[in-house]
Design a protein around this ligand. Structure first.
Ligand SMILES: Cc1cc2nc3c(=O)[nH]c(=O)nc-3n(C[C@H](O)[C@H](O)[C@H](O)COP(=O)(O)OP(=O)(O)OC[C@H]3O[C@@H](n4cnc5c(N)ncnc54)[C@H](O)[C@@H]3O)c2cc1C
Length: 405
């Protein structure tokens, strides 16, 4: 019986291991994960769990599921080296495990700029369960938080901290929150949302050094601001974790490169989730850092380890919750030349369609979930949509969808 090995036990790796069993694979499955917990969902760490509405991590399968389904686990144990030719993996404790097929799902880690004082107690970042616990412990009503970075994680943490009665001051390099993902026009809508909830924000400024007597007390910014606080949270992006393939033939370039069927250049070695930079039939080479993508890639990679050769062409979708606002986004656009809005930016109830050369590449919605789903087949089919139709809330996007094969 063959043995399939999975390195990285979170959304992509955990889902892949489960999918192997659900697809009827009865060979060996070994799931290796550096965190001590079984795979759990990260999104609540900046939302329900951080706000204190959920007390327990949301496990993707009940902790006992793995043993019941004959999945061998090594939680709290890292893989340190892959012997690609010899088809084995060496763990940090020296154990060697042979594999017939391997999935690398090592995800991302938070980027850490070498700023003075970053290691001071009271300066946090957020990726893992204990990070969320530490921020929650600091987030007592009336505390003052300094947030560095206003991407999705920074914006969600800000909203959750406000709901716990924490004062929040934000410093962000760009002109608006999420400018890189949404552009300034839509970013300003988010800025307004946070201002209405009493958040102080400084844009076009960045962290220079964190200072304090034994723990964080003040952030000094590049523009000369001095912002006092009881704790700080840094959210300045992530980088793919590719250490385990260093020195092997597996190709890496801002993530582990995989083909449309999620296989690396080394036959039998696959990658999925945040770490995988795949060759997408619609968007080209992309690396996506979202939950739904990690889950679906984990499922597809497992099926392809079983020999399916399925092309992964999901149009991508994700969500974010901030205050009472539901945000969703579909597609993938790093550049666009037109933004068409239906609904109202002022009322924060709208869908915005991002087009490049007339082709719909991405849809961003705020409290307008209907059209994000409806636009996904259009994004996948690279539909050229008439801006007047897109702008008209009465126009049903489903009528533009290409016929099903
Ligand atoms: C606070 C937070 C909120 C989020 N909210 C949203 C949201 O609202 N919507 C959304 O779409 N996405 C959200 N995301 C992103 C989403 O959680 C990620 O895209 C998803 O977790 C990616 O899953 P993954 O399995 O690819 O990687 P990861 O979750 O990074 O997991 C990789 C695992 O591999 C382990 N690992 C790494 N190296 C090794 C090694 N050598 N040996 C063994 N194990 C190793 C790591 O310890 C980790 O457990 C959020 C992320 C965070 C941090």
């Amino acid at each position: 019986m063959p043995t399939f090995l999975v390195i990285g036990a979170n959304m992509a790796g955990g889902t892949a291991a489960a999918t192997l069993r659900e697809e009827g694979f009865d060979g060996g499955v070994v799931l290796i994960g550096q965190e001590p917990h079984p795979p759990y969902e990260r999104p609540p760490l900046s939302k329900e769990y951080l706000r204190g509405e959920e007390q327990e991590p949301r496990f993707i399968r009940p902790p006992e599921w793995y043993e019941k389904n004959q999945i061998e686990t090594r939680f709290g144990q890292g893989a340190q080296r892959i012997d690609v030719a010899g088809r084995s993996v060496e763990l940090l404790d020296g154990e060697r495990i042979a594999f017939d097929s391997l999935l690398i799902a090592t995800g991302c880690r938070n980027r850490k700029f070498p700023l003075p004082g970053l290691d001071l107690p009271g300066v946090h970042d957020l990726r893992y369960l204990p990070d969320s616990d530490a921020i929650k412990a600091a987030a007592v009503p009336g505390a003052r938080a300094v947030l560095v970075g206003m991407g999705f994680i920074g914006a969600e943490v800000t909203a959750s901290l406000r709901s716990r009665g924490v004062d929040v001051t934000v410093v962000e390099f760009a002109e608006t929150p999420l400018q890189r993902v949404l552009g300034a026009e839509l970013g300003r809508v988010l800025e307004g949302l946070h201002r209405d909830h009493g958040v102080t924000m400084f844009f076009r400024d960045g962290a220079e050094r964190f200072e304090g007597d034994g723990r964080f007390e003040v952030l000094h910014t590049k523009e000369g601001r001095r912002i006092e606080g009881d704790f700080a949270v840094v959210g300045v992006g992530v980088e793919p974790v590719t250490d385990v393939v260093r020195g092997t033939d597996v190709a890496v370039d801002n993530g582990i490169l995989v083909d449309p069927a999620l296989e690396t250049n080394v036959p039998g070695v696959f990658a999925a989730g945040d770490v995988a930079r795949h060759d997408h039939p619609v968007f080209g080479r992309i690396r996506v850092e979202h939950f739904d993508n990690a889950m679906k890639m984990g499922q597809a990679a497992a099926r392809n380890m079983l020999g399916r050769k399925e092309v992964f062409d999901d149009p991508h979708w994700f969500w974010s919750d901030q205050y009472d606002v539901n945000i969703q986004m579909a597609g993938f656009a790093t550049e666009w030349d037109d933004v068409i809005v239906r609904g109202s930016l002022e009322e924060r109830s709208f869908a915005a369609f991002l087009l490049k050369d007339g082709v719909l590449r991405s849809t961003f919605t705020m409290n307008w979930p209907r059209d994000v789903r409806r636009s996904m087949p259009l994004i996948k089919a690279q539909v050229r949509a008439d801006p007047k139709m897109l702008a008209d809330p009465e126009f049903d996007l489903r009528t533009l969808a290409p016929p099903k094969e």
